[in-house]
Ligand binder design. Structure first.
Ligand SMILES: CC/C=C\C/C=C\CCCC/C=C/C(=O)SCCNC(=O)CCNC(=O)[C@H](O)C(C)(C)COP(=O)(O)OP(=O)(O)OC[C@H]1O[C@@H](n2cnc3c(N)ncnc32)[C@H](O)[C@@H]1OP(=O)(O)O
Length: 248
């Protein structure tokens, strides 16, 4: 039925490095241009981890030019996913904080494996950073304003039952059924004529995407100012050190 699977593979935690973001955009573009494909299942090849989100090492101790290139790549992936003409289904087979969660929120439907470790949410505030307005908009459009307001301020990571309750995911299923469920949901979505579904998706999503498109450069400048602050760099270093020391 013309369904591709994109399996994220950047061990150990599928962080969204510049290289991963770039390759993801290229793969998506190829699938968009190949009319034999109508849908994509986005999933992970790393056991227990859907994606650890944006790669913190790309936002820490690097040059301004690097930050700008990285942020443009983050914007690009979000825009491509959010406005994709393909049916996108996230088969979430692991934990998905921050950018990992955001990636799944750009999909049309989310199936999450029922494992209490597989938390998801936009936890940026816990790192001492702030989810940009378009991250916030994506969450609001999924779970509503009040739930998003609370989740964003507290940096909440929701376990599966809670994620389902607030509408962050559409289905929670046993881990060994995530892929088959994604496939049967895909069949349902592909039963709708493409042109009608695509125009409707565009109607729902374009106003949100346009807000970023209209101020992409300003958003990059804002990111540069924010990420270059000593206090933010310090927060990120402390957070990364904590992750690294967990093992020791
Ligand atoms: C208005 C404001 C406008 C603009 C604001 C501007 C900017 C701010 C916006 C930025 C938005 C940010 C979005 C993000 O996505 S930030 C990333 C958030 N991610 C997380 O908090 C997850 C962190 N990771 C974890 O919790 C765990 O690693 C995880 C995923 C649960 C897996 O646990 P485990 O299997 O035990 O693995 P380890 O923790 O031991 O990690 C292994 C290895 O990976 C490194 N690592 C983990 N996560 C990341 C990451 N996100 N980026 C880079 N590296 C990561 C970890 O340090 C370990 O490294 P080591 O060298 O020790 O092997």
């Amino acid at each position: 039925m013309g369904v591709a699977v994109i399996k994220l593979k950047n061990p150990p935690v599928n962080s969204l490095s510049l290289e991963v973001l770039t390759e993801f955009v290229i793969s998506l573009e190829k699938l968009e241009n190949d009319k034999t494909f109508r849908g994509v299942i986005v999933t992970s090849d790393c056991p227990g981890i859907f994606s650890a989100g944006l790669d913190l090492t790309e936002m820490c101790g690097k040059s301004q030019a690097h930050y700008a290139e990285y942020w443009r790549a983050v914007q690009e992936l979000w825009l491509r996913l959010y406005l994709s003409n393909l049916v996108l289904i996230a088969a979430i087979n692991g934990v998905s904080p921050a950018g990992g969660c955001l990636m799944s929120l750009t999909c049309d439907y989310r199936v999450l494996a029922d494992n209490p470790k597989y938390n998801m949410g936009l936890n940026e505030t816990l790192l001492g950073i702030v989810a940009p307005s378009w991250f916030k908009d994506t969450l609001v459009n999924t779970v509503g304003h009040r739930t998003a307001e609370r989740a964003l301020q507290l940096g909440l990571l929701f376990p599966p039952a809670e994620a389902l309750r607030v509408g962050m995911v559409d289905q929670v299923v046993p881990e060994d059924q995530v892929h088959s469920t994604a496939l049967s949901v895909m069949a349902q979505w592909l039963a709708v004529p493409d042109h009608a579904r695509q125009l409707t998706k565009n109607l729902m999503r374009k106003p949100t995407a346009d807000r970023l498109v209209k101020q992409r450069d300003a958003d990059i400048q804002y990111f540069l100012r924010f990420i270059s602050r000593d206090s933010i760099q310090k927060s990120l270093r402390v957070y990364l050190d904590k992750l690294r020391q967990k093992k020791g």
